[in-house]
Ligand binder design. Structure first.
Ligand code: ATP
Ligand code: MG
Ligand code: FE
Length: 353
């Protein structure tokens, strides 16, 4: 089937088109530039930007695929999780398109869509696998038994997302926004062992054992790390000494990446999973890729990292999951569903009320 996928959960307006497992178009327009001066995504601005960008982005995707709306068999749209106002723009547009064309509409889970890109040609996943999603809004370990009806959340952050921790720490270091790329770059010239920053939720009382797992065995916390960096910066300021930005950036990054990679690999081993898919904007991080590849290799886990344009928010991933749902004969969502800002990962497709 040819499926149109629409994404508007955060600051990217995405429209992708998939035929089966082949990606025909993936147009993305980001409002990131408009949020830079505020140091974070402003929901109202993001929603307004989706409204402006949607039709041109749709047109661009159709042009690239050399198709018209008549050629589309089904439409999929992110219904959640995400920013409520931003989601409403994409869902409203998708419903209007579905009504006008008479095509079935699927309201789908954004997190599962991040994983769904794995079915596209050139990526290819086994039926059962694990996923590590790390972005500005998410830090999650998932177990995927069936992409279209069985996804389980093994663990997630209890405070900041990994990308959010990068963004907040970059601000403390005066590195600007978005902070991830800036810290990644600054860290190249730093010593990752200069400071020993805290590794969140790694104490035995949180982790427990395989037989008797602690509540936070697979969970993450980055707020203590952020505070430790703040105290470290204050210490140098109080002594009138220059702040060793590169060393702090490298040490901070090592703390984040060490925890993420060790928890993800352990979760895969405990679940008996031998393939791990990496997704989300933080997947661009040099050190994360390096350490995760090394730790997966020594644990005998195949690491799958889709092209970066498919790791960040885009419509192609929504179309890819939509095409799987159509192929599996899943029931469409109808036209009366709402958005769900905190749609749980277990709810892959919204059903009729
Ligand atoms: P969502 O959480 O809904 O997927 P988002 O827009 O918050 O959406 P992405 O667009 O996937 O997330 O990713 C943006 C995040 O990725 C930002 O927090 C940014 O700092 C981080 N990031 C980007 N490049 C790097 C990098 N090289 N190293 C670390 N973090 C990075
Ligand atoms: Mg984004
Ligand atoms: Fe996302």
């Amino acid at each position: 089937p040819v499926v149109l996928g629409i994404e508007s959960s955060c600051d990217e307006t995405g429209v992708g088109i998939v035929r089966g497992t082949k990606l025909l178009a993936n147009a993305v327009s980001s409002s990131m530039d408009e949020h830079v001066r505020f140091g974070g995504v402003i929901p109202e601005i993001a929603a307004r930007a989706h409204l402006e960008a949607f039709v041109p982005t749709l047109q661009s995707a159709l042009d690239t695929a050399e198709l018209t709306l008549d050629d589309i068999d089904a439409i999929a749209v992110t219904s959640g999780p995400g920013l409520a106002g931003a989601l409403m723009v994409g869902v409203s547009a998708a419903k209007a398109l579905a009504l006008a064309t008479g095509k079935p509409l699927y309201g789908i889970n954004h997190l599962v869509a991040h994983v769904g890109v794995g079915v596209l040609e050139g990526t290819m996943l086994p039926p059962t696998f694990g996923a590590l999603l790390v972005s500005g809004g998410h830090t999650e370990i998932l177990k995927v038994t069936s992409l279209t009806n069985d996804v389980q959340l093994l663990g997630s952050t209890i405070d900041d997302a990994a990308g959010e921790a990068y963004d907040k720490t970059a601000r403390l270091l005066g590195l600007g926004y978005p902070g991830g790329p800036a810290i990644d770059k600054a860290a190249q010239d730093g010593d990752k062992k200069a400071f020993r920053f805290p590794r969140g939720l790694t104490l035995p009382k949180f982790v427990g054992s395989a037989e008797n797992p602690g509540k936070h065995r697979n969970n993450f916390s980055f707020s203590g790390l952020k505070t430790a960096v703040a105290r470290c910066v204050e210490h140098f300021e109080a002594n009138g000494e220059p702040i060793p930005v590169a060393d702090i950036a490298a040490s901070f990054q090592e703390a984040v990446v060490d925890v993420i990679t060790s928890k993800a690999v352990r979760a895969m081993q405990e679940q008996g999973l031998t393939t791990l898919l990496l997704g989300g904007g933080v997947a661009a991080n040099t050190r994360l890729r390096e350490l995760l590849a090394a730790r997966c290799a020594s644990a005998g886990i195949a690491l799958v990292v889709p092209p970066f344009s498919l790791c960040t928010d885009n419509g192609g991933m929504v179309a890819a999951l939509g095409a799987q749902l159509v192929a599996d004969g899943a029931e469409p969502s109808g036209l009366d569903f709402a958005t769900d800002s905190s749609q749980p990962v277990t709810q892959i497709v919204l059903s009729h009320k």
